[in-house]
Ligand binder design. Structure first.
Ligand SMILES: Cc1cc2nc3c(=O)[nH]c(=O)nc-3n(C[C@H](O)[C@H](O)[C@H](O)COP(=O)(O)OP(=O)(O)OC[C@H]3O[C@@H](n4cnc5c(N)ncnc54)[C@H](O)[C@@H]3O)c2cc1C
Ligand code: FES
Length: 246
């Protein structure tokens, strides 16, 4: 696929826009693609990224530079080509009309839940956290798409001082638990305590998990994870899991 645009939005995060051709299937919210350079074998394995935004002409990925693969992708320029495999994995289910969907995002996990705002109807509440204000991305883009936006920073430089879980604990005490459904993506330090909280309050919830991946197609078992129903592959049975399965 051809790179149309590659734009840095902070010194560590960029938005990669690729031209969509007819041969590429459109994703559903929560799905991901494996991306790798079109030529050569370095890196050999594609890296998984959530479908962030798309229309009939292009698809965007919101990517944080963490290592070699992402640093390489950040250097691609318009006209370059990238190999894409996907869409892969299970999607976030549509919110029931009787429940208020609450999106919880930690750091770059925002990329995955943001796709719900554009592609599934709902009256969303968005709770978004990062270490500090400059790491809260695209908040002006989010605002018009949601009913309420709550920002959290560990250092208190914007919004609530504390992490998303600390905020959500306060939030859930004020909201009747049966009337909300939670969609979440973030680091393990966020998703593990979130699962416990949702179980405690008996709240319906779907979490997108991150695991290192190799094939992305269910063959290598490299992304397998223990669940209540045995080992499940994050690339096939996930990345979105109902918390009842975990
Ligand atoms: C389903 C899914 C969706 C994802 N969506 C996004 C997204 O939208 N935007 C985004 O920026 N990132 C996303 N990631 C994470 C992204 O795939 C990794 O950051 C990327 O593969 C790192 O590649 P690298 O070569 O730069 O880093 P490497 O050199 O391979 O590793 C650098 C560091 O990142 C850690 N790491 C590598 N892969 C992962 C992973 N999958 N999960 C957790 N830690 C990892 C390594 O342990 C190491 O500490 C997603 C991961 C999954 C599984
Ligand atoms: S990455 Fe190979 S089975 Fe999931």
């Amino acid at each position: 696929m051809e790179v149309i645009d590659n734009r840095e939005i902070t010194d560590r995060v960029f938005i990669l826009r690729l031209r969509l051709t007819e041969s590429v299937l459109k994703p559903e919210p929560g799905q991901f693609y494996l991306l790798r350079p079109d030529t050569g074998y370095d890196p050999l394995l594609g890296r998984p990224f959530s479908a962030f935004r798309w229309n009939s002409d292009w698809i965007e990925f919101l990517i944080r530079k963490t290592g070699r693969g992402t640093a390489l992708l950040s250097k691609f320029r318009p006209g370059d080509h990238i190999r894409l495999l996907g869409p892969l994995g299970r999607t976030f289910p549509s919110p029931s009309p009787h429940k208020t969907p609450v999106l919880l995002a930690g750091g770059i996990g925002m990329a995955s839940v943001y796709s719900l705002l554009l592609n599934r109807k709902g009256d969303y509440i968005f709770i978004y956290g990062a270490k500090s204000a400059p790491e809260l991305l695209l908040t002006e883009d989010i605002k018009p798409l949601v009913r309420e936006l709550y920002l959290c920073t560990d250092d208190g430089s914007m919004g609530f001082q504390g992490n998303v879980i600390e905020f959500f604990k306060k939030f859930v005490k004020e909201a009747p638990s049966h009337s909300i459904v939670v969609y979440a993506c973030g680091p393990r330090e966020m998703t593990e305590p979130l699962m416990k909280l949702l179980r405690t309050y008996n709240i319906e919830g779907y979490i997108s998990l991150e695991e290192r991946m190799a094939c992305g197609l269910g063959a290598c078992m490299g992304c397998a994870k223990h669940t209540k129903r045995g080992m499940k592959r994050v690339c096939m049975e996930g990345p979105v899991f109902n918390i009842e399965e975990l």
